[in-house]
Write a protein that binds this ligand. Structure first.
Ligand code: SF4
Length: 333
């Protein structure tokens, strides 16, 4: 296992300390180690720009630069102190590490797990994670397969495969990366990085503008699995639970459907009462003075309204974000 593949680990942090390099030293001009300094700075920008764009590229070229670029990238993220950037950065670092984890042998995966405060047991009976560690890692994972009630649990231990362990560690890595951000960075350091920060800010602006695309007409092909499932239940005449009706109504209104159209969606429900439904949809749409936003994925999961994650679900925390991303990808096709 290469420590530079997991720069957020405690062991990697100790290795950085041992090298004796300081941030000031790396940013000083003239620099005693100009080549290394250039490589570290370039890779740190790569990390943050990659996170803004959605994926950090694999950087194998120079293990020491790879290792040192991580703390510098965190400093850059902290200087910008932007919630969206911080979340994207933590997610992208965790995804990058996850690609490497699936290639590790079990021994190295176990070492990394311990570093991330997960303490699996592995013997002839298989691989197990204590339920308390399991919950710490899996609490945001919404697919029913990850729910503790759907797992085999023996004396407090949850059986997992090595791929599942890697997925759990990805979640722990994301928490580890996000922990402590933003750091308190002296103004002078941020000033030394101004040119790089301007570049990142410009990219962030482009990303934000792209994400504010006009959603245009309602595109059912872009609906997330939860909404498609609810629509199919309504079409089959199933009565939705209150929380699901609320989620479906708020979502359809948010993507631009008119009150009449939303009322029409429910007219196959066995208990359809047009007047009552119209009153409720009107109220939710804001006629009563308050408009409501659809619930987040976490709330959907809590009420059993998330049927499970597809690939895109893993990148979003709100059904509307799913919809917006899917629309953008459909427009690119
Ligand atoms: S993860 Fe979110 S968007 Fe995906 S199905 Fe669940 S609630 Fe819907």
């Amino acid at each position: 296992m290469s420590l530079s593949d997991y720069p957020f680990s405690r062991e990697a942090a100790s290795r950085v300390k041992e090298t004796g390099y300081s941030l000031d030293g790396l940013l000083d001009e003239p620099n005693p180690q100009p080549r290394l300094s250039r490589l570290v700075r370039k890779r740190a920008i790569d990390r943050v720009l990659g996170a803004v764009r959605g994926e950090i590229s694999d950087g194998q070229a120079h293990p020491l630069a790879e290792l040192l670029s991580y703390p510098l990238a965190r400093v850059m993220v902290s200087c910008l102190n932007d919630d969206l950037l911080t979340r994207r950065y933590a997610l992208a670092e965790a995804k990058l590490a996850s690609k490497k984890m699936v290639r590790e042998d079990l021994g190295d995966l176990l070492l990394l797990a311990r570093d991330l405060d997960v303490h699996p047991q592995s013997d002839q009976g298989g691989l197990r994670v204590h339920f308390s560690d399991y919950l710490k890692a899996a609490h945001r994972m919404r697919s029913p397969g990850w729910k503790l009630v759907n797992r085999s649990l023996e004396a407090g231990w949850v059986g997992v495969t090595s791929q599942e362990l890697a997925r759990l560690l990805e979640e722990r890595a994301k928490d580890r990366v996000q922990k402590g951000l933003p750091l308190q960075v002296p103004v002078e350091i941020c000033q030394k990085l101004r040119e790089d920060l301007d570049l990142i800010e410009a990219e962030l602006k482009v990303k934000r503008a792209e994400e504010k695309v006009d959603l245009g007409e309602v595109t059912e092909d872009a609906f997330p699995p939860c909404i498609r499932e609810m629509l199919s239940q309504v079409a089959n005449g199933t009565n939705l639970a209150h929380t699901a009706r609320f989620a479906l109504t708020t979502f359809l209104l948010a993507v631009g459907m008119e009150v009449d159209e939303v009322v029409g969606v429910f007219n196959t429900s066995p208990d359809f009462d047009e007047e009552r439904t119209r009153y409720q949809v009107d109220h939710i749409s804001g006629k009563g003075g308050t408009s409501y936003r659809p619930p987040s994925c976490a709330t959907m999961a809590t009420y059993g309204n998330c049927p499970g994650e597809d690939r895109l679900c893993r990148w979003v925390n709100h059904p509307l974000s799913y919809y917006e991303r899917k629309i953008r990808s459909l427009k690119r096709q």
